[in-house]
Design a protein around this ligand. Structure first.
Ligand code: IPE
Ligand code: IPE
Ligand code: MG
Length: 240
């Protein structure tokens, strides 16, 4: 069973830093290394789609200084990492309500998204100011506008047409969702897109989630039986 799409809630940076008696930002900085190694691992494995939760719509309510530092780090990382990512065949995309970011950062994201690798290997979707509920609401809004303009009739609204208005509409659903940092929740990340994902909640804090940890989770994923509503017997008998 090949993996088409991995999504990760990268959690635990703050606690990682606090344990070391350092400011939370130190943890965010350390987390960039894990972002790099996770992308590299997915590229090596030939996973065609990777979605990373970098900043939620709720994260604006953190102390202003931490939010500012996160924005600075995001901006710097985009400049620093993009050339190497392009070399690896990684296409970067940004999902979320991008209009809330500074014009400079919006420009940067739009420039980066417009840079295409010579030889495509993987989509890297970075979710920023993203919320799963926002995604559903913005899809409904666009869909209603299309109904009003008679581009689609109400009778034609189904899972497939509705899904085409969501972020990541052109990518397959998430097979494997990983959350580091020990919390057992989705925190308003992808909702629709994880409908049948295998979920792994890992205690490891994000900066410690190295390539071996990711490979271990992927190994465990392969040992799970995905039944999609069928019985185990049906899944194991290919004719059914
Ligand atoms: C995840 O780590 C990074 C972001 C949400 C931006 P946290 O900053 O939430 O780390 P903890 O959960 O406080 O340890
Ligand atoms: C989820 O982590 C968001 C990201 C990893 C970007 P949070 O740390 O914000 O989640 P909660 O607040 O513990 O649910
Ligand atoms: Mg957290």
């Amino acid at each position: 069973m090949t993996i088409q799409h991995i999504a990760i809630i990268m959690d635990g940076n703050g606690r990682w830093a606090t344990k070391r008696k350092r400011p939370r930002t130190f943890g965010h900085q350390a987390g960039v290394k894990t972002v790099r190694s996770s992308i590299e691992t997915c590229v090596k494995l030939g996973v065609p789609n990777l979605t990373l939760f970098a900043f939620s719509s709720e994260n604006w309510s953190r102390p202003a200084k931490e939010v500012q530092r996160l924005m600075d780090l995001f901006m710097r990382s985009l400049s620093k990492e993009t050339p190497e990512l392009l070399k690896q065949g990684v296409q970067q995309n940004f999902i979320g309500d991008l209009s809330q970011f500074s014009p400079k950062l919006q420009q940067k994201m739009s420039d980066v998204a417009a840079m295409h690798p010579e030889k495509f290997v993987m989509n890297l979707n970075i979710a920023v100011n993203y919320g799963g509920k926002w995604d559903l609401a913005q899809a409904a809004q666009k869909l209603c506008a299309d109904v009003r303009e008679q581009n689609i009739s109400v009778e034609h609204i189904n899972e497939s047409t509705f899904g085409s208005y969501l972020s990541l509409a052109d990518q397959p659903p998430v097979d494997l969702l990983i959350r580091t940092g020990g919390e057992h929740r989705i925190s308003n990340f992808l909702l629709w897109q994880i409908a049948y994902a295998e979920i792994f909640f890992e205690d490891v804090l994000w900066p410690d989630f190295n390539a071996d940890e990711l490979l271990r989770v992927i190994d465990q994923f392969h040992s799970r039986e995905r039944r999609f509503g069928q019985t185990s017997e049906q899944v194991n008998c290919k004719e059914n």
